[in-house]
Write a protein that binds this ligand. Structure first.
Ligand code: PEP
Ligand code: MN
Length: 339
């Protein structure tokens, strides 16, 4: 961390600051300039509050050199993390995983039907929301625990591991007992209490990027889960909110190489929420694979016109199947395979 002090800072203030940093176990290197004095702090500065240091009237500026995350940081963990989801390995050079399924679980028969279609098409896991974060309180809110049990039935029929979103910590035991990959949705990316709770469980977490979150904020949310004891985090880019209205969100594909450079965690792409339009899902998926994604999570519905949520961005099974076929060719071009 670099701290720039005003030149006329009184000596007792300078001494106090040096003392404070040294007491935190940091080494303070001082450069005396013509207009400023500069402190270079060496050591673990993650716990320092840069905003509080800036509150000092003699401090001109504070610049972080090291990223504020440690556990997720590639610098301290150079090898890729491989996350095990019910024996499917995600990340590193493992085959790219394809997750498909409806936005919402609508009923037992329906989810079993879709699960079969997802499996026939070549999908590797089944998604389905039982607890739905809806903008309107009058919109369908999900089938709750019944929906989780419907997913379990679909897993029993097809063998596909199940992915579902948790919205509050009081439902943790349902997810621990039944769900293979626990999704934290975009709207809860900074629900820090929920992050701490899922950090205590022994299940992999799929952490979606917040609607308007920076990459660093997103990684810090992964850090919360990891700091609470759960290292099994898969990141999911699902588009961010921009000025553009032709798409529901803007798919940020540059995050794939950035996440891989900054962290050791796997990253998958959700082209359905990123675009909001089934017609855009294939192109976005192929681009994501070309850019190095470790997986895709795609909304699939047997009858999108009648879907209880997100029908407009859901693929019919035939389209999903074609997408997987094409993905294989793109994966080959970037020395990967589709599972
Ligand atoms: C979902 O996966 O259905 C969902 C609500 O996603 P997001 O949190 O990315 O909006
Ligand atoms: Mn959805």
């Amino acid at each position: 961390m670099i701290i720039t002090l005003k030149k006329d800072a009184p000596q007792n203030v300078v001494d106090e600051l040096i003392n404070q940093f040294e007491n935190e176990g940091l080494q303070v290197n001082i450069i005396h300039g013509d207009n400023f004095n500069v402190f270079g702090l060496v050591g673990d500065t993650a716990k320092l509050d840069d905003r509080r240091i800036k509150a000092n009237q003699w401090v001109e500026d504070v610049t972080r050199i090291a990223a504020p995350y440690k556990l997720a940081n590639r610098m301290f963990h150079p090898e890729d993390s491989i996350i095990d989801v019910a024996n499917i390995k995600v990340g590193g050079n493992n085959p790219i995983v394809i997750i498909g399924g409806p936005c919402s679980v609508e009923g037992r028969e329906e989810i079993i039907d879709i699960a079969k279609s997802v499996k026939d098409a070549g999908g590797n896991m089944l998604r389905g929301g039982a607890y739905k974060p809806r903008t309107s309180p009058y919109a369908f809110q999900g089938k709750g625990y019944e929906g989780i049990l419907d997913l379990v039935a679909a897993r029993e029929t097809t063998g596909l591991p199940i992915v579902s979103e948790i919205m509050s910590a009081d439902k943790i035991s349902e997810f621990v007992d039944h769900v293979d990959l626990v999704q934290i949705g975009a709207r809860n990316m900074q629900n820090f209490d929920l992050l701490k709770e899922v950090g205590k469980i022994n299940k992999p977490i799929l952490l979606k990027r917040g609607l308007s979150s920076t990459i660093e904020e997103w990684i810090m949310s992964a850090e919360y889960i990891m700091a609470a004891g759960n290292p099994n985090v898969i990141l999911c880019e699902r588009g961010i909110r921009t000025f553009e209205r032709y798409t529901r969100n803007t798919l940020d594909l540059a995050v794939i190489p950035i996440i891989k450079e900054k962290t050791h965690l796997p990253i998958i792409i959700d082209p359905s929420h990123a675009t909001g339009d089934w017609k855009l899902v294939e192109a976005s998926s192929l681009a994501a694979i070309a850019a190095g994604a470790d997986g895709l999570i795609i909304e699939v519905h047997n009858n999108p016109e009648c879907a209880w949520s997100d029908g407009a961005q859901s693929l019919k099974p035939e389209k999903f199947k074609k997408l997987i076929e094409k993905s294989k060719r793109i994966a080959q071009a970037v020395d990967r395979e589709i599972l």
